[in-house]
Ligand binder design. Structure first.
Ligand code: 5GP
Ligand code: ZN
Length: 112
């Protein structure tokens, strides 16, 4: 499949991988928007939040376990933000479900 994050998860495109297991892969964002900015993706291709169903949603809970573990490992004691953009209005540019994790500075709210 011609999908950037499937290729990163399969190691066919290099990236700075922080963690992986049989279900998920976490890697640094190539264009970081905060001192810490990494992405967590399911290894199985899911297009977006819109494609989450009772058949594939188990991995979502696991993704949040991995996020909590990595944020502790990265020392983000001041807090952090988890963001998932969905579709054109949500600002999604890569069509493989991913969770941005941003931390290391104070983040504005609400987003633009
Ligand atoms: P979206 O805009 O879909 O929410 O987020 C896509 C994210 O993927 C962006 O933050 C962008 O910087 C990141 N990204 C795009 N291409 C690559 C790449 O080749 N490698 C890595 N590590 N991140 C990428
Ligand atoms: Zn994919």
């Amino acid at each position: 499949m011609d999908c950037l994050f499937c290729k990163i998860a399969a190691h066919s495109i290099p990236s700075a991988i922080l963690y992986e297991d049989d279900q998920v892969c976490a890697f640094k964002d190539i264009d970081p928007q905060a001192p810490t900015h990494f992405l967590v993706v399911p290894k199985a291709h899911i297009q977006s939040v819109d494609e989450i169903t009772s058949q594939n949603s188990g991995v979502i809970a696991h993704i949040y376990e991995v996020i909590a573990m990595l944020c502790k490992e990265q020392g983000l004691t001041g807090g952090y933000r988890v963001v998932t953009n969905c579709g054109a209005d949500g600002g999604q540019t890569v069509g493989h479900l991913h969770f941005h994790v941003l931390g290391g500075r104070s983040l504005a709210w609400p987003p633009g």
